[in-house]
Design a binder for this molecule. Structure first.
Ligand SMILES: NC(=O)c1ccc[n+]([C@@H]2O[C@H](COP(=O)([O-])OP(=O)(O)OC[C@H]3O[C@@H](n4cnc5c(N)ncnc54)[C@H](O)[C@@H]3O)[C@@H](O)[C@H]2O)c1
Length: 360
């Protein structure tokens, strides 16, 4: 694979390419001339996303959508037809994770194993999407890639997301060490922006949707827990840089923003930015989720490693993200396009097999 500076068009496979981050990544890669195939079961991804990508991407004959589970569809594809893979498909969202732990664990561990085997056949470079949740409760702030991790009890199902993603990391690193697979792990901190949906527990789209309708913004716990939000349009250009820089292979990278904000302050920023009449309503964790819900007070990345490897300076301010998400959400509402479905987890009756090439 070439270094990031000299780009030749690539044939790229993106699992979860119909989702929030995956659709922005598809757009970026199509714009620079790559051919993009996505595999998505639209369990949490919106079916409208590929339509949006088709509209904005200049060459949509280079865009192909395969609807189905990764584990069903990948064995039908040949690794010879691709130059690299971005594995973004996963069970995501704190609400989904807490309510559907079996689905979460099975999706995150099994599908990643299928992707890694597929890539190992031809030593295809692969980026594995991981999460800041892997740090668990965190032993220090800001969090660095080689920190030890501490998780809560297995009695709290919220930790199954962190543990399943940690297994993904172990597995990918093991493929690198045992088989020389060129892989990179991207540990996303809170990534936000247009096309994100709130149905599965993502806080910013939940707040923006409420503010647009002047409803109460529900802040869970005491609201003092803080997070670092980075715009998806700052995040996605980093992903091909990581995967196409061979010095990054076999390594884990934090991706996010260093500025942190408490969730109660985030609610106030959303209300002020959108000029909403909404109020903030405090909701105890036990009411929002289940008794004994375990949360993290702080999650903040140390970005030294990624800065040294490829350079990374997020530029889009939170207020801009809030405005752009609100505008896109209003358009979404007007066009009646919502998530693939609003249930939690894949709907088997909706899994159409086969490819849908772009026609427009
Ligand atoms: N958005 C964030 O803040 C954030 C933070 C940390 C990690 N991540 C990771 O980034 C990746 C993308 O997340 P996102 O925010 O875009 O969420 P998303 O829900 O929009 O994207 C995930 C996509 O994967 C698809 N999918 C799920 N299971 C599948 C399966 N078995 N087969 C095929 N497709 C499947 C979903 O339909 C969805 O389109 C995930 O791996 C997630 O864990 C995201």
């Amino acid at each position: 694979m070439t270094q990031a500076t000299s780009h030749r068009p690539l044939r790229v496979l993106i699992t979860g390419g119909g989702g929030f981050i995956g659709s922005h990544l598809s757009e970026l890669l199509l714009d620079r001339g790559d051919t993009v195939t996505i595999v998505d079961n639209f369990s949490t991804g919106r079916r409208a996303n590929p339509e949006i990508v088709r509209r904005v991407a200049s060459r949509c004959d280079r865009y192909r959508v395969i609807e189905g589970d990764v584990s069903t569809e990948l064995p039908r594809l040949s690794p010879l037809d691709y130059d690299c893979v971005y594995h973004l498909a996963a069970a995501v969202g704190v609400r989904l994770v807490v309510e559907k732990p079996i689905h979460t664990i099975e999706t995150n561990v099994h599908e990643t194993s299928v992707v890694l085997r597929f890539c190992a056949e031809r030593s295809l470079p692969v980026l594995i999407a991981s999460t800041s949740e892997v740090y668990g409760k965190g032993i220090r702030v800001p969090m660095s890639e080689d920190d030890d991790v501490v998780y809560g009890s297995t009695g709290f199902s919220r930790w199954c997301y962190a543990c399943s993603k940690a297994i993904d990391e172990y597995l990918a690193l093991a493929y690198h060490r045992e088989h020389g697979l060129p892989m990179v792990i991207a540990r996303f901190f809170n990534t936000v922006g247009p096309r994100q949906i709130g149905e599965y527990g993502m806080v910013l789209p939940r707040f923006v949707a409420a503010a647009l309708e002047d409803r109460d913004l529900e802040v869970h716990g005491n609201g003092e827990q803080s997070r670092c939000f980075c715009d998806v349009r700052d995040v996605v250009p980093v992903l091909p840089k990581l995967l196409e820089t061979s010095a990054c292979h076999g390594r884990v990278f934090n991706i996010g923003r260093e500025e942190s904000i408490s969730i109660i302050e985030l609610a106030r920023v959303v209300i002020a930015t959108l000029g909403s009449k909404s109020k903030v309503r405090m909701v105890p964790y036990a009411e929002a989720f289940s008794a004994g819900f375990d949360d993290l007070t702080v999650r903040q990345p140390n970005l030294t490693r990624i800065r040294e490897a490829i350079g990374f300076t997020p530029r889009i301010l939170l207020q801009q993200t809030v405005r752009d998400l609100a505008q896109e959400m209003s358009q979404r509402e007007a066009s009646g396009s919502h998530a693939g479905h609003v249930g939690h987890g894949p709907r088997d009756d909706q899994h159409k097999q086969g490819a849908t090439p772009c026609r427009s």
